[in-house]
Design a protein around this ligand. Structure first.
Ligand code: PEP
Ligand code: MN
Length: 264
């Protein structure tokens, strides 16, 4: 991986803002929900709307997403607001559908990054794409597994690559849902200095009261972006209710966060 320079340039080229802010609900629930949240986010620092439509859940019996239907809602949100749209892909069929519906950013979730065959299948389906592809860390604190997923994508000539740090599962009781173990993304950044690094405070926290602090730590560590789960009615969200914040709270948070300038 001798030349990672080109990986970083997509972030600047898109003019998506510094830090890049991706916001939106954990899950797309209804067309009205997606459109309302998109409109509430439209004139904020968030330039990308996220919403999961295929939701790999750890245990069965929870909401597993609306499926391909949600792609139409995302497309409509993009048309109405001009925001870019992002969703999680967990197999090659998802990739095909997302590309057909012109999804701008496809991300690989933590439960998928752990599976080399599936990552390979996704990488094959994405070969040569000019879409942005973001790779979440694997659920467990295993840097080689994360690096391996990046290498599989990179070797398929996917140039607009980035990574998302969403914390690591632990059996110990901590204040976090997923332990940040900041040294792991930092080591990854040392190996790939030009790979944009985005923090997902929502899945690290698991609760909304510590989202701000996690975002500030990420920005202090020079992360390039934030992906924040955002819902107009967090308590009644169909997934990850405890960790979502409202668009209004996001706006205030972006005012209060101290962002380092490139020259600092
Ligand atoms: C999500 O982004 O809603 C999600 C399921 O995240 P993760 O893959 O990090 O658990
Ligand atoms: Mn979620």
């Amino acid at each position: 991986m001798e030349n990672t320079k080109e990986l970083r340039t997509w972030l600047d080229a898109f003019g998506l803002g510094h830090p890049l802010v991706i916001a939106g609900p954990c899950s797309a629930e209804t067309e009205e929900q997606v459109l309302q949240i998109a409109h509430e986010l439209k004139d904020t620092d968030a330039t990308v709307l996220r919403a999961g439509i295929w939701k790999p859940r750890t245990r069965p019996g929870n909401f597993e997403g609306v499926g391909a239907l949600g792609l139409k809602w995302l497309q409509k949100a993009k048309q109405e607001t001009g925001m870019l749209i992002a969703t999680e892909v967990a197999n090659k069929d998802h990739v095909k559908l997302a590309l057909e519906h012109d999804v701008d950013i496809l991300w690989i979730g933590a439960r998928t990054t752990v599976s080399p065959f599936i990552v390979q299948e996704i990488a094959d389906a994405l070969e040569g794409t000019d879409k942005i592809v973001l790779v979440k860390n694997p659920v467990n604190p295993d840097l080689p597994l994360w690096l391996g997923a990046i290498e599989r994508l990179y070797s398929k000539n996917i140039k607009k690559l980035g990574v998302i740090h969403r914390g690591f599962s632990t059996y110990e009781k901590t204040r976090y849902r997923n332990n940040p173990e900041w040294q792991i993304p930092i080591e990854l950044q040392n190996r790939f200095p030009d790979l944009p690094l985005i923090c997902d405070p929502s899945h690290i926290a698991g609760r909304r009261d510590i989202i701000f602090d996690i975002c500030q730590t990420a920005l202090d560590l020079n992360f390039d972006g934030l992906m924040v789960e955002t819902h107009y009615d967090p308590d009644n969200a169909w997934s990850d209710a405890a960790q979502q914040i409202t668009p209004k709270t996001l706006v205030q948070m972006m005012v209060d966060l101290k962002v380092r300038k490139a020259t600092d």
